[in-house]
Design a binder for this molecule. Structure first.
Ligand code: GLU
Length: 316
């Protein structure tokens, strides 16, 4: 399969026949875990373990500007304190740059990528369609046919975009059911690499999951809108499609989406005995699981063990 030989240098690829399910949790170290990310961690852990599979941890550390020093360690310590112990070594996107480059090149060779010279302002100005849920203005395809006269040089390339198909991309989400999306309406030709050479999340996540043998992606519903773009890239690259399960989002007291600053789990832990257990039970309740009260005084590991056998993704 494409990329398999040289992409994997230094990266462990799971053998699917040995470990049928490989799930993962992929936080960005831009802030400490909040209640919402704890729910995603617990949900992905329970689904992988329930299937007798492995659960990997990956740090999505591509966006250097948004990263906060110390957060990667803080996230790992927090997961450990809840008994959410990952299998194998922690993967980091910053160590996969060569793999992204190769995937990008493979797409270039397929002729589906073009340079784009449009600024955000120009795109916003030319948008005829309303903004979508992820606040992304579908790119109208201005640079798809090349720039006439060739007046713009390589230095003014703002991004590289992938051409999206007209036909719908559909998939079956384990919780949400069948989801179909027309990429020209949602995103238009989307960015794979920025002018400064940074690879975009959509490409990185597809390559990461493939490299690490992930075949079950369980994450928050805020990422549902991105999934068809990721499936489209998997199809172009010849990668297998993981199973997807998008969990409901934990809302703030006013119903709004939790920000990185809200409900920080590590701040709530302090030195209070039993605090981990009660926060874990809160996250489990959100996933419609109520461990028997006699377990609450036990370790998080014991509560998780009970939860692995009782969890059902369709319940929330
Ligand atoms: N790193 C992303 C985030 O924290 C999640 C990526 C994913 O689960 O695909 O929102």
């Amino acid at each position: 399969m494409l990329l398999l030989c040289n992409l994997t240098a230094g990266i462990t690829v799971d053998k699917r026949q040995d470990h049928p399910v490989v799930g993962r949790f992929a936080p960005s170290p831009t802030g400490a875990l909040h209640t919402g990310s704890l729910v995603a961690a617990v949900g992905s852990y329970l689904m992988a373990k329930q299937a007798g599979g492995r659960w990997l941890l990956r740090l999505d550390d591509l966006d250097k500007q948004r990263q906060v020093p110390g957060m990667a360690d803080d996230i790992m310590r927090t997961l450990e304190s809840f008994g959410l112990l990952w299998d194998g070594k922690v993967a980091c996107q910053s160590r996969h740059l060569e793999a992204y480059r190769q995937a990008f090149e493979a797409l270039q060779q397929k002729g589906v990528i073009y340079p784009c010279y449009c600024s955000r302002k120009e795109i916003a100005g030319s948008a005829s369609a309303p903004h979508h849920e992820d606040d992304c203005i579908p790119y109208p395809g201005t640079c798809r046919g090349g720039i006439s006269g060739g007046v713009k040089g390589a230095s003014s390339v703002r991004s590289w975009r992938v051409i999206v198909p007209e036909e719908e991309i559909c998939f079956s989400d384990l919780r949400k059911g069948r989801i179909c999306q027309k990429l020209p309406i949602i995103s238009g030709d989307f960015v794979l690499k920025r002018g400064n050479g940074e690879f975009a999340y959509q490409l990185a996540v597809v390559v990461d999951d493939y490299l690490t043998g992930v075949n079950q992606v369980v994450r928050g519903e805020d990422l549902l809108v991105s999934t068809p773009r990721q499936i489209y890239l998997q199809r172009l690259l010849g990668f297998p499609q993981p199973d997807y399960c998008h969990l409901p989002l934990v809302a703030g007291p006013d119903g709004s989406k939790l920000s990185k600053r809200d409900h920080l789990v590590s701040h709530q832990l302090g030195n209070v005995a039993g605090r981990e257990q009660s926060l874990l039970v809160t996250a489990l309740r959100f996933l419609s699981l109520t461990p028997p009260t006699e377990l609450w005084g036990d370790s998080c590991g014991t509560i998780l063990q009970w939860s692995v056998t009782h969890f059902h993704p369709l319940r929330p």
